[in-house]
Design a protein around this ligand. Structure first.
Ligand code: FAD
Length: 371
């Protein structure tokens, strides 16, 4: 059987970041990426990329300008609360909107240039032995990184259950002509109806926008309800190619087990419960998993510790914020506070798109507006 030091299942942002990081941690490491799809491939997503995701990729040696080439930045963010409070401000750092068909291929190309290899293969079985992991009876690996997305087979083979329906969102998205006055402005519109639910319109900078709508699976959303939600919150949008996908939220993360199998990105339920952001977490967790991959049987423990140190506090804060946000009035108060104070706005953005915390000034500002 063919043996590799590290096999990464899934060549999305988490998998390619893991492959890059494993090669950087020990350049002689033999790294194989397996993906069931041919690249470039589409991935149902809002395509919004937080600057912090580009920072992580920058530390892995990727050039931000190359990653975002052809797609102008979106410096402003417009938010609408469930009760209708609106705020539009410049973000501390601009976000980018790059179609995943383009972005993922660019990150993958960097992983291959760093010496990882790619093979088209759909993983079905995983057998964990004390000294190695066997994949589909044809390959063995010292360490396997499961970066195979929201419906992760690797996660299932570890015996980890999928997220509960109230900790899993589903969203649908398409591409539409940019609406007048939306140039450079990312729009997120929430609604009390079927709360928590929201629609977005993210301009690609080439005359098109990625538009979509999502809500919790527990609400029983059908494709018709998702499409209706999109048109209700984004009147005038005329999207084509609408496709849906699930989002396992970080409010129900599996505990990373000890041993030779690591879970990163969506496979580890690393999606922000407030915004659906997952690319930052995917590249960050992928990078940490890849670096831990060189530790063999100790990889699981090393990765769990690294992930907790880097994201643990933020994940606790975003879970607490998500619990508070179940009351639409709290969201209204937070958005009104963000409209009044730039610092509150910046804190809300950091909490929703990157690794921010629920700060005391933001809590106090929202509490004042609750009264
Ligand atoms: C509608 C929607 C909108 C979103 N909007 C945003 C947004 O604007 N910004 C943001 O940051 N995040 C957004 N997200 C979340 C984001 O898309 C994910 O968090 C991100 O794609 C996670 O990356 P990943 O590498 O973990 O998984 P993926 O990108 O899903 O990659 C997984 C890879 O694994 C492969 N694979 C799967 N199963 C197997 C198998 N058995 N064998 C081999 N290969 C396999 C797949 O082909 C795929 O290439 C959105 C999600 C959805 C659904």
């Amino acid at each position: 059987m063919e043996h590799w030091d590290v096999v990464v299942v899934g060549a999305g942002p988490a998998g390619s970041a893991a492959a890059l990081a494993a090669r950087r941690a020990a350049p002689g490491t033999r790294v194989l990426l397996l993906d069931r799809a041919d690249f470039p491939r589409d991935k149902v997503c809002g395509d919004g990329i937080a600057p912090e995701a580009l920072d992580v990729l920058g530390r892995l040696g990727l050039d931000q300008a190359t990653l975002t080439e052809g797609f102008a930045p979106a410096p402003r963010l417009r938010l609408r609360s469930p009760g209708g409070a609106a705020v539009e401000r410049a973000m501390r750092r601009p976000a980018h909107v790059v179609p995943r068909q383009v972005l993922d291929a660019r990150i993958l190309a960097a992983a291959l240039a760093a010496g990882a290899q790619l093979r088209r293969h759909q993983v079905r079985t995983l057998t964990v032995h004390p000294e190695l992991v066997e994949i589909d009876g044809t390959l063995t690996a010292g360490v396997v990184v499961g970066a195979d997305g929201a419906e992760s087979v690797v996660r299932r083979r570890l015996g980890v259950a999928p997220n509960r329906p109230d900790r899993m969102a589903v969203a649908l998205r398409g591409y539409a002509p940019e609406l007048p006055g939306q140039e450079g402005v990312q729009v997120i519109a929430t609604t009390e109806q079927r709360w928590p639910a929201y629609a977005w319109s993210f301009p690609l900078g080439d005359g098109r926008a990625n538009v979509g709508y999502g809500e919790l699976v527990s609400g029983g959303a059908s494709r018709a309800a998702l499409t209706e939600g999109l048109h209700r919150l984004l009147p005038g949008a005329a999207p084509e190619g609408l496709r849906a996908h699930r989002l396992p939220l970080s409010t129900q993360r599996p505990r990373q087990p000890d041993g030779r199998v690591l879970l990163a990105g969506d496979a580890a339920s690393l999606i922000n419960p407030l915004t659906g952001e997952g690319i930052f977490y995917a590249v960050l967790s992928g990078a940490l998993a890849g670096a831990a991959g060189v530790h063999g049987a100790a990889a699981g423990r090393a990765y769990r510790t690294a992930l907790r140190r880097r994201l643990g506090r933020h994940l606790r804060h975003s879970s607490a914020a998500s619990a508070l946000s179940r009351w639409p009035r709290v969201m209204d108060a937070a958005f009104r506070a963000a409209a009044a104070e730039q610092q509150v706005f910046d804190d809300v953005v950091d909490l929703g798109l990157a690794d921010g915390k629920l700060t005391l000034p933001t809590l106090a500002a929202a509490a004042r507006r609750l009264r």
